[in-house]
Design a protein around this ligand. Structure first.
Ligand SMILES: Nc1ncnc2c1ncn2[C@@H]1O[C@H](COP(=O)(O)OP(=O)(O)OP(=O)(O)O)[C@@H](O)[C@H]1O
Ligand SMILES: [Zn+2]
Ligand SMILES: [Zn+2]
Length: 732
């Protein structure tokens, strides 16, 4: 018997199937991790099939060295999925398999020592004779069982003390396989009686699940329309029919509140995968799925690979979110596409959901590729009332503050009424940059081509790309002037001004700077929900998953920040963000108000947000996409060439460009193809590396895949890095 093995070496010449002999008696299965001999050493490999025959000369074939785990990591469908990823994203087979595999698998199963008290009363004489032992037992009376390591640490004791207590039979020490992460006991919730539109959606998807066929849905439901309850009831149906379900959510909406909603319905049948888990913890969750301990996984991007044997349903919440794409690492996969492929392989049902679907998804729904399900109404409450304020008018009337008169008076009213307010601004720090009033000098990051952001609290200038910091100076380093100007605003500035105008208001801020510590995100959320603050200021972290009834006012300090990014999706992003943020207002009995401040009140993104009208936005935006042939009317590919010498980077970018052109010119089919560049990337330098890019647009994705393959197998000087992203969501 022979095994076909993919080896763990990342290069294009080893990216193929190797054949090994299975030694007599070895119980090898497809999908196992193995160690194999490879050029004088042993390396890791993955068995993708087992055959009886081979065309290789048998005497030249080496034996599998050993099996690494006592189970198979990939089933055949997962191997199939990896094959698809390798071809679709142009990565190595081993990279695709390793993406599917849980990080942490290499550590193996984790067993810990547990200590349990074995007597009901502590012998009196122990107190005098062995006070340390007494202390341990005394502690165990309150807390037993406990991990040995924890006990030793808390009481600062020697292991010998445990040994002697164990010998006397006062305690028991045993090994236990632990699941490092466990969901707390949360009160169980019952299914709600569905509203008409919810009922319709559930019934329809249920029908597909019963038929065991691959089907795709777009659940297009306004904010607060009860999408989550639809998910819960679909999952329930799925479990009842003996199958399992995956729910993907973006990291920022994986809030305690969201987790609570799933756990309260399905109890310990749920595993949660968030990015804060350690590799070991991730592996634990993976094993729970593998061993059939849970039926539901709620998690971020890579939860799409949860190894259920009988998958019935994948739900993708907030499907428009860009975090479903892995942009920073190979393979640059999109969990939405992987989910679709996985459902196809498993005959499962895919439900993508959003209040603001991505243009691509909605376009597919209009073409019938996804079945459209709609939730048009909020549950029991009405949509918030939205007003747009033009900040140029405010300036013209002499108001130079960051708050319009309207927003200011609403904040004041809300404070009086003891109702809560959310203020949103998608930029952290105090001001986006500082400049000298006399010579115009702007401090920039020495490593990146980007101006430094001023952070008021610690009086420092910070680079938001590489983290570089320097102290803010009182004088201009170029001309010595003391007249420093603060331009552009950030969340810290908003907090500062709120405190200035409303000194009695209790304020919380939620952004990258205030949530660095583990658990701080949760704390801010709970403090705000329980009414410990009147105003919450935040970046897009607060735009999702917040369902707080007492929030009746949402203020968008400046909508233009995302609108002006050099990206063809900036209008879409702005509309999505504004709709999501506005959706946080008036979710309880009291009606909600939203004030959007902007300098561009006539922009269709802002107008559509004002009327909360997705279709209006879509109809406008899709016209631009068609005229300029952007997705969904084409596929893009971004090739970034980076290196330390800009001249060299520029030359290689030119070579890449020429090669792309050659390939396109030779094409037989007359699809639309366009090559843009070579040009410096919008962020020209990051971490001391210069970046140039070539962007391709094509109607035919296969053309891009071909080019990707050629570009990636070309030879480059040592310091040059090439990054290829097909269907990128970010081209900065
Ligand atoms: N059928 C129902 N009957 C009563 N209450 C419901 C029903 N369905 C949902 N709700 C409640 O309505 C509120 C809004 O629902 P939910 O949060 O599920 O909406 P959503 O569409 O997921 O919102 P968003 O996309 O804005 O986060 C929740 O408090 C939920 O418990
Ligand atoms: Zn100056
Ligand atoms: Zn930097």
């Amino acid at each position: 018997m022979f095994a076909e093995v993919i080896v763990d070496i990342k290069s294009s010449n080893t990216d193929r199937v190797y054949t090994y002999k299975i030694p007599e008696g070895m119980k090898l299965e497809v999908g196992m991790r193995v160690s194999v001999p490879f050029k004088n050493r042993f390396i890791e490999g993955y068995v993708i099939s087992i055959t009886e025959q081979t065309s290789y000369p048998v005497d030249k074939i080496k034996d599998i060295h050993k099996i690494l785990d006592n189970y198979s990591v990939f089933d055949e469908k997962m191997i199939e999925l990896a094959k698809w990823m390798k071809d679709y994203y142009k990565c190595y087979f081993s990279e695709a398999l390793q993406t599917i595999m849980p990080v942490g698998i290499k550590r193996g199963e984790k067993k810990v020592k547990i200590v349990r008290i074995n007597i009901s009363e502590i012998p009196d004489e122990l107190c005098k004779r062995a006070p340390k032992q007494y202390e341990v037992l005394h502690y165990l009376q309150k807390r037993s069982p406990i991990r040995l390591s924890e006990l030793v640490k808390i009481l600062n004791i020697d292991y010998a003390i445990i040994k002697s207590l164990q010998k006397k039979g006062y305690i028991k020490v045993y090994e236990e396989e632990i699941h490092r992460y466990s969901v707390k006991d949360i009160e169980r919730s019952q299914p709600l009686v569905l509203k008409e539109e919810q009922e319709k959606a559930v019934t329809e998807v249920k029908k597909s699940m019963e038929k065991d066929v691959f089907e795709k849905y777009l659940l297009f439901g306004v904010t607060g329309s009860g999408k989550t309850e639809v998910y819960l009831q679909l999952i329930d149906e799925c479990i009842k029919s003996g199958k399992s379900a995956i729910v993907l959510v973006p990291e920022i909406s994986l809030t305690p509140q969201t987790i609570e909603r799933f756990v309260s319905r399905f109890g310990n049948k749920v595993a949660v995968i968030h990015s804060g888990l350690s590799p070991g913890e991730r592996f634990d969750e993976w094993r729970k799925v593998k061993n059939g301990v849970v039926d539901v996984v709620v998690g971020v991007r890579n939860a799409v690979f949860a190894p259920f044997k009988n998958l019935g349903l994948i739900i993708i919440d907030e499907e428009h979110e860009t975090t479903y794409k892995q942009s920073d690492m190979r393979p640059k996969y999109n969990a939405k596409e992987v989910a679709e492929k996985r459902c196809e392989l498993e005959n499962a049902v895919l439900v993508m959901a959003s209040a603001t679907p991505s243009l691509e998804t909605y376009y597919k729904a209009t073409k019938g590729e996804y079945k459209l399900l709609r939730l048009t109404k909020r549950i029991n409450v009405s949509m918030p009332h939205i007003e747009v304020v033009n900040m140029s008018d405010e300036l013209a009337r002499g108001n130079t503050s960051i708050f319009s008169r309207k927003l200011f008076s609403y904040i004041k009213e809300n404070l009086q009424k003891k109702e809560q307010t959310i203020l949103f601004l998608n930029r952290r720090g105090y001001s986006s940059f500082v400049s000298c009033r006399d010579c115009g000098y702007v401090p920039k990051c020495p490593n990146c081509d980007i101006s430094l952001t001023y952070h008021f609290e610690d009086k420092r200038l910070v680079c938001h790309y590489c983290g570089y910091q320097e102290a803010m100076r009182d004088t201009c380093p170029k001309c010595g002037s003391k007249r420093i100007r603060y331009l552009g605003i950030g969340t810290e500035r908003v907090e500062n001004d709120i405190k200035k105008f409303f000194p009695k208001a209790r304020v919380l801020r939620m952004d990258v700077d205030t949530t660095k510590k583990k658990g701080s995100h949760e704390k801010i959320f709970y403090d705000f929900r329980s009414g410990k603050a009147d105003i919450l200021i935040g970046t897009q972290m607060i735009s999702k998953g917040f369902d707080i009834p007492n929030v009746t006012l949402v203020g968008v300090i400046l909508a233009d920040i995302t609108l002006n990014l050099p990206d063809f999706r900036s209008s879409e992003r702005t509309f999505q963000l504004l709709t999501q943020v506005a959706g946080r207002a008036g979710r309880g009995e009291k009606p909600g108000r939203v004030v959007i401040q902007t300098y561009e009140e006539d922009h269709y993104s802002i107008i559509a947000s004002k009327y909360q009208n997705y279709v209006r936005f879509y109809n406008e935006e899709i016209k631009y996409r068609e005229i300029f042939r952007y997705p969904p009317f084409s596929h893009l590919m971004n090739i970034v060439i980076s290196g330390e010498e800009e001249e060299e980077v520029k030359n290689i970018a030119a070579n890449v460009y020429l090669m792309c052109q050659k390939i396109v010119n030779k094409l037989q089919n007359k699809s639309y193809n366009k090559i843009l560049g070579p040009a410096p990337a919008p962020i020209r330098k990051i971490n001391n590396r210069y970046r140039w890019q070539v962007i391709l647009k094509s109607e035919d994705r296969n053309v891009l895949v071909d080019i990707a393959e050629k570009v990636q197998t070309m030879k480059y000087p040592k310091n040059i890095r090439i990054s290829v992203d097909i269907d990128p969501l970010n081209i900065m």
